[in-house]
Design a protein. Structure first.
Length: 151
């Protein structure tokens, strides 16, 4: 296997038996350092042992992954995901604002009361934000999405 510039890759390793079979390809740092496209290609450290690293799935798994990624671009999928995004946002807000993952109480009844109070607090926080016109937080973009936006 060769890098797109024609240089041979550094090493290959195969994953253990519990996980799906994957192949990791590491390019030598010495091959990546002089490349003018390095900053667009990898975030590997300049001083590290390796340059770019790739994780390759078996063909069948990669084809399924590609198909699922194409589905994510359809309006039907995006509409269905909007519901999940709202639920995930609520859970995230509950965890970060009220610490709902850890209970301060012993016993089911007190723990339930703590969860009800946390949900009530979230509702009050959201009502206050709506009444005062506080804007919603910005959605963060992944590293890959930022690269696509820059292109």
């Amino acid at each position: 296997m060769t890098q797109t510039t024609g240089r041979p890759c550094g090493t290959r390793s195969h994953n253990g038996s519990h996980h799906p079979p994957i192949t990791r390809v590491h390019f030598a740092a010495a091959d990546c350092r002089p490349c003018p496209l390095r900053s667009a290609c990898t975030r590997a450290s300049e001083k590290g042992r390796y340059g770019r690293s790739l994780t390759l799935l078996p063909r069948e798994q990669q084809e399924v992954l590609d198909l699922r990624r194409q589905e994510q671009q359809t309006e039907k999928w995006k509409k269905r995901y909007d519901t999940r995004a709202g639920v995930e946002g609520t859970i995230s807000q509950a965890v970060h604002r009220t610490g709902i993952r850890h209970t301060r109480y012993t016993g089911l009844a007190k723990t339930h009361l703590g969860n009800v109070l946390a949900a009530t607090a979230i509702n009050i926080i959201r009502l206050d934000a709506w009444l005062t016109g506080t804007p919603l937080g910005k959605t963060r973009a992944s590293h890959l999405a930022r690269l696509e936006l820059a292109a």
